[in-house]
Design a protein around this ligand. Structure first.
Ligand code: PMP
Length: 375
């Protein structure tokens, strides 16, 4: 079996030991006790102990990895991160039980923030406090600046911790003193890639299909401070409070995804958790940014060096024709998924937690060769 090095932005490469375990358990779920169940976990009722325990272990692992206190609730929801753009606004931007209008502040850092803002604007009052458009979304605000703070009276300040398409990443977040409201963050593409200080955050959401599992489940972490404000008139499924009360089993949850997320989190804890993840992310991304810098007349990373992503390394070659050749030749050598997002073109190497150093070294060597031949 020849597995490719998969640099796709998500769904993306997952840890091989996890995939092996899933394959081994598909006909007869055994779980951590090794006990036979005579069926796969995805054939069981979600109201049975193996499924409930997998969910609980996944939530506990998230609590341990991130150091979540008791005031945080861990939810596993369907609908992708896209669904969260609207769901969070429906919970926190529509009038609450007291009937008062609410507003929120948003930072506009690129393609994903744009979608979050567009959906929130359909629901309520939105102040855009930072707009990266004049700089072509190649940079971010200083976390201690007014551009990274909520305007007075905002229920929350929204940011996108890593722009998957643009390759820009917040390196530090506004502190509680600067944010002026709890931060709500879309961490889809750098979730669990580094330790973070949770103090200023009130809600964090992340689609699973980059760092933590297959597509189809989104982790939502919400703190009491914001959960208590989810008291507007909403249909059952849209209300965070209902999901928290039902421990993510308000309805049939995405069982297979939650089961796999738990296994990926187990793998991550065994590797060394978020400190390990950050060390590896730094190593992987440094190798690629160095390969770009080494051939500065050939490769070009357009992103402000202060905010270059450790997860999605974007780069251009001297012409679109050379980019096409680069992607095709890399693909032929088993380096797959290097095409930039269709909206921006160019090349992008997505290097999430499960990407091996070997994969990145192979790509860096290919970049050297290609530049030497065509530069
Ligand atoms: N936010 C970010 C930062 C993303 O990268 C993506 C997906 N690539 C999304 C939101 C949307 O996620 P989904 O497709 O799960 O709705």
């Amino acid at each position: 079996m020849a597995r490719l090095y998969n640099f796709s932005a998500g769904p993306c490469t997952l840890p091989v030991p996890v995939l092996e375990q899933v394959a081994a358990e598909l006909l007869d779920y055994r779980g951590p006790t090794g006990q036979s169940h005579g069926m796969s976990i995805i054939e069981m009722s979600h109201r049975t102990p193996p499924v409930e325990q997998a969910r609980d272990r996944a939530a506990e692992r998230l609590r341990r990895l991130l150091g979540l206190g008791d005031d945080w609730h861990v939810l596993f929801l369907a609908g992708g991160a896209t669904f969260q753009f609207g769901m969070l606004a429906m919970n926190l931007l529509t009038p609450g039980a007291n009937g008062q209008a609410r507003k929120a502040s948003y930072t506009h850092s690129g393609a994903w923030a744009k979608k979050a803002i567009a959906d929130a604007k359909l629901i309520g009052d939105v102040d855009v406090v930072f707009n990266g458009e004049p700089e072509k979304f190649m940079t971010l605000p200083d976390p201690a600046s007014a551009e990274a703070a909520a305007t007075d009276g905002s229920t929350y300040l929204h940011l996108t911790s890593n722009e998957t398409i643009g390759g820009v990443q917040w390196k530090a977040f506004p502190t509680k003193a600067h944010a002026n409201a709890p931060i709500v963050a879309d961490m889809s593409s750098d979730f669990l890639s580094r330790p973070i200080d949770l103090d200023p955050f009130g809600l964090i959401y992340a689609g699973a299909q980059k760092n933590i599992g297959p597509a189809g489940v989104t982790v939502v972490l919400i703190r009491d401070e914001l959960l208590n404000q989810c008291d507007g008139k909403l249909i059952n499924y849209l209300n965070y409070a209902g999901h928290a009360k039902g421990h993510s089993m308000l309805n049939t949850p995405p069982v297979f995804q939650i089961y796999m997320v738990e296994l990926v989190l187990e793998w991550l804890e065994n590797q060394g958790g978020l400190v390990w993840a950050q060390e590896m992310a730094t190593k992987r991304s440094t190798l690629l940014y160095q390969a770009i810098a080494k051939h500065g007349a050939f490769y070009r990373c357009p992103v402000d060096p202060a905010y270059r992503s450790t997860m999605n390394v974007v780069f251009r070659l001297p012409s679109e024709d050379l980019e096409k050749q680069f992607i095709a030749q890399a693909d032929a050598k088993g380096l797959s998924g290097l095409k930039g997002h269709r909206s921006v073109g160019g090349c992008r190497a997505s290097i999430y937690n499960a990407m091996t150093l070997d994969g990145v070294e192979t790509l860096a060597a290919f970049m050297d060769d290609f530049a030497a031949k065509h530069g």
